[in-house]
Design a protein around this ligand. Sequence first.
Ligand code: URA
Length: 210
Amino acid sequence: MTEHLTVVRHPLVQHKLTLMRERDTSTAVFRQLLREISHLLAYEVTRELEMTTKQIETPLTKMEAPVLDGRKLALVSILRAGNGLLDGMLDLIPSARVGFVGLYRDEATLKPVQYYCKLPGELDERLVIAVDPMLATGNSSVAAIDLLKEAGAKNIRFLCLLAAPEGVARMKEAHPDVPVVTAALDEKLNELGYIVPGLGDAGDRMFGTK
Ligand code: URA
C-alpha cells in the first residue's frame, strides 16, 4: 500500500455509512451495519497481502494454487469502539491473531494514557492492522501505533470508518509509514473533538450507552 490515505468509495460502503450516520438508526442496526462495512473494509485493507502457492489436488488434477504467505496477520482493536470493527474483520480473517490496546485521556494533560495492552507475539513478522472507527484528533491512534512499534511491529496499517483531516494530518506527521484506510474523510472536528458531520460517539452508538 503506497498511498497514505485510502478512502473506500464502494457504493455499498457509502450507502451503509449513510445509514449509520443517521441519528435515529437503532443500536442493533448500527452494530449490524458496522459489521457489514468492516467486511468490505477488510477486503480493501488486505488487498495487497503477500501470496505464495502450494500444490493441491482438485477432484480432476494437481495444481499450484495461491495461498496467503507468511505469518498470520494481527488485528489490534483500540478499545472500546475498535471492537465493533474487529468482529467483522474476524468474520473474514478468522485465523488472525488479536490484540487490544486501551487508552484514556488524562483530563489534566489531555494526553492519552495506556490502561491495557495485550498483543500477539512476533509482531515484527506480521502485518498488523490497528482498528478504531474514528480517527478524530489522532492522539489516541498515534499513541496506539507508538505502542505497536515499541512492541516490534514494522508493517502497520490503520483502519477506521471516519477520519477528520486533523487526525489524518497528525498520523501522517507521526507515522508516515502507516497507511490509513477509511470509508470517509469528513469535514472537520468540532470544539469537543467530535468529527463533523460524523456519526456521534461511535462507542455509545454501538453499545447503546449514554
Ligand atoms: N470519537 C467518536 O466516537 N466520535 C467522534 O466524532 C470523535 C471521536
